[in-house]
Design a protein around this ligand. Structure first.
Ligand code: HEM
Length: 456
């Protein structure tokens, strides 16, 4: 039965206990937020495969029918979590420029790290505005092509070539493990410098630390400390042509906690690896789209490095993979004051949890909801629709979006220029079939076979 709770003089709608339990069970499952180390978390991949997102999307649709337009407060004692259920409400939250809905989530709200951006919560007492300014400057947030694109693209091509290796042209299998290891080397080089290329230990420590935030055991605390020291070493060395190098050159000095900032960037590249691999799986299962990508690559001059500007269709494919299987399942905003929604009042300090797949795959609003439809990113159908939010939006929008797209498109272009992906095992993917809600990247195996070179 629907319950109401008084807040001052006004009532706000709350989920029933069974609905809260159901929501908790689908929202808080382990989730592939990041690759989590060279192999990534198998459990998270499995929950994706078993359709956790499908259940979540259906549950939210059911709640919207049952409780009305919302937003809906979760009946979790000590937490003020609120779910927006309408696209217009998502737009309102993300378009806000008054600071009423902030992406700076108060640590006292106790939001689990796995719901936060890249699974890396902001350190307590962080000066968010200063950190965001640093992110924007170093990551060149508003430039499609990063100022270090030249040296970055050379490294991207090197790592793609290393992944292809000699035998690859004979059609050897490509697995997620290999792909994520290659992308891990790349992410460490771009963020920390070439000296970090082989530092797999760091990636493993970061993955353990992410788990340790939940377990807080003695070992995890030690791992977290070792990890911090290692990261601090790279930040202090500030290699040229790396993001930490750029961080050290900020005119206003480094922000409060560069180590947490740098771990979020590394996590961002792990997310980029996942999205890139999934793009490859989609292309392998959709020969028509693949042909269009290869057509795009064929008109590039022989030695040109393909950045996102040169390959708009491939870029759209990457965005589409990010829409269909969001690596960030939730986008959060916290209200700084009491707010009114469809006649109901939500108290100050509430954390609005935007469930990304619910809006990215909204069958009522999007004709292409469950289809691989890269064209929507080119013909204007996706762009003005702010409720399709693989990279979030507004003041908290992913500061690394353009860099992620540069890395993903260049890496994929390097693989696809002379090779064609064929599916060995891509569970339930195929032309004319609805795209499943979850893709187990471990179970997705491809082969890259030599293709006639498209270069003129
Ligand atoms: C395909 C890959 C990626 C996806 C899908 C993605 C998605 C997201 C999302 C949804 C958010 C939260 C946005 C919001 O609250 O509105 C976010 C935040 C963020 N991302 Fe990414 N991201 C990716 C790659 C990256 C990369 C490569 C970097 C950095 C090198 C990065 C840096 C950040 C930062 C710094 C934030 C926090 C922004 C803030 O708090 O203001 N991301 N990302």
């Amino acid at each position: 039965m629907t319950r109401h709770r008084a807040v001052g003089e006004i009532r706000v709608q709350e989920t029933s206990v069974p609905d809260t339990v159901r929501l908790g069970g689908t929202l808080l499952v382990p989730w592939p937020v990041r690759g989590q180390g060279p192999g990534g978390s198998r459990l998270a991949a499995l929950t994706a495969r078993l359709g956790a997102d499908r259940r979540l999307v259906r549950l939210l649709a059911h709640l919207r029918r049952r409780y009305g337009p919302g937003p809906l407060r979760l009946a979790v004692p000590g937490r003020r979590l609120v779910l927006p259920l309408l696209r217009e409400d998502v737009r309102r939250l993300l378009a806000d420029s008054s600071g009423r809905f902030t992406p700076a989530i108060d640590a006292r709200a106790k939001v689990p790290p796995r719901l936060q951006a890249h699974g890396v919560p902001a350190p307590a007492g962080e000066d968010r505005q200063r950190r965001r300014r640093a992110d924007e400057t170093v990551l060149d947030t508003y430039q499609v092509v990063h100022r270090l694109a030249g040296p970055f693209m050379v490294r991207i091509y090197q790592e793609a070539a290393a992944l292809l290796g000699g035998e690859r042209s004979a059609g050897r299998e490509l697995t997620w493990r290999e792909f994520s290891a290659a992308f891990g080397r790349l992410g460490r080089r771009l963020v920390l410098g070439d000296s970090a290329r082989e530092d797999r230990m760091l990636t493993e420590l970061l993955a353990r630390t992410a788990t340790g935030r939940r377990r807080r055991g003695g070992r995890e605390r030690i791992a977290a400390e070792v990890c911090r020291r290692r990261l601090r070493g790279y930040v202090e060395r500030a290699e040229a042509d790396s993001l930490v190098g750029e961080l050290s050159r900020l005119p206003e000095g480094m922000p409060g906690d560069p180590v947490s900032q740098v771990s979020r960037w590394l996590a961002g590249f792990e997310a980029t690896a996942l999205v890139s691999y999934r793009t490859l799986a989609l292309l392998a299962a959709h020969p028509g789209h693949l042909a269009r990508v290869r057509g795009e690559l064929s008109v590039l001059p022989g030695t040109a490095l393909a950045g996102p500007v040169a390959v708009p269709y491939l870029r759209a494919c990457v965005l589409e993979a990010a829409r269909l299987w969001p690596v960030a399942r939730t986008v959060l905003r916290q209200s700084r004051g009491e707010t009114v929604w469809h006649g109901r009042t939500v108290p100050a300090g509430s954390v609005f949890v935007i469930v990304v797949p619910f809006f990215n795959r909204d069958r009522e609003a999007l004709a292409h909801a469950d289809r691989f439809a890269p064209e929507v990113w080119l013909d204007g159908r996706a762009v003005p629709d702010e409720a399709v939010v693989p990279f979030g939006g507004g003041a908290g929008r992913c500061a690394g979006e353009n860099l992620a797209l540069l890395a993903a498109t260049t890496f994929l272009a390097a693989l696809l220029r002379r090779h064609e992906p064929l599916p060995i095992r891509s569970p339930r993917l195929g032309e004319g079939r609805p795209v499943p809600y979850g893709l187990d990247h471990f179970a997705t195996r491809l082969t890259l076979v030599a293709a006639p070179t498209p270069n003129r």
